[in-house]
Write a protein that binds this ligand. Structure first.
Ligand code: ADP
Ligand code: MG
Length: 201
């Protein structure tokens, strides 16, 4: 089994994150966890790249629809459709517009439990209900309701892989092998070494 400290996750700072001038703020949140940057690039994605990315997982469309419907139901409100696949199709179309509206920054972060920890710090999908202290909870306002009213994607600054399997599919979708760098960061000794050697003189 691969050592957990080698886990990698994909993060994309979405067009609104770049426009809001939050690149440094967002990267600092992952960096200060102790995670290590393994790859990074600025680009304007094509609609095909976005559709390909979100359809890597055949269940994603249904899941995203179910998540939206249950968010409405929890508030006692009526969802725009009760068919999760229909909602999923709508979200894909909206994401193609949102994610190609300007440059994004694609990044790969590496470190112990990278997928889980990046998600925790990033916060839940809908900024309206994401927790205080998370990036989405602290830096942006948006909701399912507003996105549906204006027929657009929820603007939540960041994409972060949702599971280890997802990350393993998403990273090669955005990065070739040569664009990812294997190297040692000095602080990894303190985070991961078995013995804390070499501190005392
Ligand atoms: P996450 O990005 O938190 O993993 P999902 O994978 O469920 O969330 O959805 C991908 C992205 O699609 C979200 O980050 C958000 O920008 C957008 N989105 C999700 N659900 C909706 C919806 N019902 N209406 C509009 N946009 C949505
Ligand atoms: Mg997701």
């Amino acid at each position: 089994m691969k050592h957990p400290s080698k886990e990698r996750t994909l993060v994309i700072i979405k067009p609104d994150g770049i426009q809001r001038g939050l690149v440094g703020e967002i990267m600092q949140r992952y960096e200060r966890l102790g995670l290590k940057l393994a790859g990074m690039k600025l680009m304007v994605p094509t609609p095909e790249q976005i559709e390909g990315h979100y359809l890597l997982d055949p269940n994603w469309k249904k899941n995203v629809g179910e998540k939206a419907i249950s968010s409405y139901e929890k508030k006692g409100e009526k969802p725009p459709s009760s068919d999760p696949i229909k909602v999923g199709d709508m979200v894909v179309a909206r994401l193609k517009k949102y994610m190609t509206a300007g440059p994004v920054i694609c990044m790969v972060w590496e470190g112990a439990h990278a997928v889980e920890l990046v998600r925790k710090v990033t916060g839940g999908t809908e900024p309206r209900s994401s927790n205080v202290g998370t990036i989405r909870g602290d830096f942006v306002v948006d909701s399912y309701q507003m996105a549906d009213m204006d027929d657009r994607a929820i603007r939540n600054l960041i994409h972060a892989s949702g599971a280890v399997g997802e990350a393993e599919q998403e990273i090669p979708h955005w990065f070739s092998k040569g664009e990812l760098v294997n190297y040692r960061a000095v602080h990894e000794d303190i985070l991961y070494s078995k013995e804390l050697e070499g501190i005392l003189e």
